[in-house]
Design a binder for this molecule. Sequence first.
Ligand code: LMR
Length: 328
Amino acid sequence: PFKTLAKLALVGSVMATSFLATAEPVEIKFSHVVAENTPKGQAALKFKELVEQRLPGEYKVSVFPNSQLFGDNNELAALLLNDVQFVAPSLSKFERYTKKLQLFDLPFLFKDMDAVERFQQSEEGQKLLNSMKRKGIVGIGYLHNGMKQFSANEPLLLPKDASGKKFRVMASDVLAAQFESLNAMAVKKPFSEVFTLLQTRAIDGQENTWSNTYSKKFYEVQSYITESNHGVLDYMVVTSDTFWKSLPADKRKVIKACLDEAIAYGNKMAADKNAEDRQAIIDSKESKVVELTPEQRQAWVDAMKPVWKKFEDQIGKETIAAAESANQ
Ligand code: LMR
């Protein structure tokens, strides 16, 4: 019997060795909707690089940009089905899972990206990363894009210039209300459809960051961009509770560190990328960048700020106050 046991042990270890040798790395999918030459596109690629460097042969990361794998309409559902392990939708796109994040869509809430950063890193801001826990969504961290600008085929200098026009918005009731406060129409459409909607004039305008407007060529089909900086477009990098818990603790720790570093990398480049793309749009001469006088800007504030009232119960007055205090 000893001989048999030894034989079995030998066979077992040979099998284990050959299994290890041929085992494929576990694939982690990261899907997003923007181009690669954007803060989010670059952060996703940085994550891939770091994971494959630190867990070689064990994990590999496949990044799917440009709504290639999943788009706005299905990426969060796919995440919950574990068909994709990481996504980073804009904070405007979580409405079905929490009303709390609508905070970030309130027009003229943050005076600049430094204020956004201060709030996100504050206790209140960090608390919001857990706002979808009960729905099975785990917030890993905030990733910056930048402030939004309006674009249209006519110059938008005052709120009345937007009146009667049709604008694409992300799937957010706050953003829809924002355009309604200007007597404009808002249509919720996925990011992947925006260029065609603009090109065919199915819509008159949209709001986005410089990096999205440049990388997706919206400026080629919009004659004017108003430098309004009226709201923020940032992301939350999220995973599912199911996937997160399925990872061995030591691997999860490494993967979390890779995510944190990739997010920091994206955040660091976001401001420069937007400034660079703004300049590229100006240089292209395809679209004219319109700056607002302080009086004109104030007119937009006066028209759009009443939107806050409509959503303060859903978002929470204290949360809004905490965000406002980040401006100081
Ligand atoms: C949009 O839909 O306009 C943006 O959220 C796209 C993105 O992910 O930056």
